[in-house]
Design a protein around this ligand. Structure first.
Ligand code: FES
Length: 153
């Protein structure tokens, strides 16, 4: 029995109302929702995999690819949004060539948009793994990425 099966065992005798908690539990365990996870969850809830995938894509908390070695969270809560977080996000998209919820081909970076990182007084805020970056300006992003690349030649 694998990790997904073990999680599904905790959700016995449930209906489709349990879909979101199951998706969250599986993502917490394996880091993202791959096609195997989507199919197993669909079988468990007697839902077609296409339906499970369609519902999961509605919520931006779910990732469908493995996260990068460096997982970037860009806060787009209201304070950060006012302080131009969409511009920062576009900058990441452009520099990394990936969109939200995606991972670079080399597995180095992934991007997630989050609601609030809890540091609104220092907006806009991003985090990369466990490191927080405050009062970010778009001109700083290239340097941040270059620093990481230099640590990973
Ligand atoms: S809104 Fe961005 S840290 Fe709170």
């Amino acid at each position: 029995m694998d990790r997904i099966d073990r999680i599904l065992q905790d959700f016995q005798h449930v209906n489709r109302d349990a879909l979101i908690p199951i998706l969250q539990a599986v993502q917490n365990e394996i880091g993202h929702l791959n096609s195997e996870a989507i199919e197993k969850i669909g079988d468990h809830l007697h839902l077609p995999a296409s339906k499970v995938y369609g519902l999961a894509t509605f919520y931006n908390q779910f990732a469908f690819q493995a996260r990068g070695k460096y997982h970037i969270r860009v806060c787009d809560g209201s304070t950060c949004h006012i302080d131009h977080s969409p511009h920062l996000l576009r900058q990441f998209h452009k520099l990394l060539g990936i969109g939200d919820g995606e991972t670079t081909r080399d597995g180095m970076f992934s991007i997630e948009v989050v609601a609030c990182l809890g540091a609104c007084g220092q907006s806009p805020v991003i985090s990369i793994n466990d490191d927080f970056y405050h009062s970010i300006k778009s001109g700083m992003i290239n340097d941040i990425l270059d620093d990481i690349r230099m640590k990973n030649p």
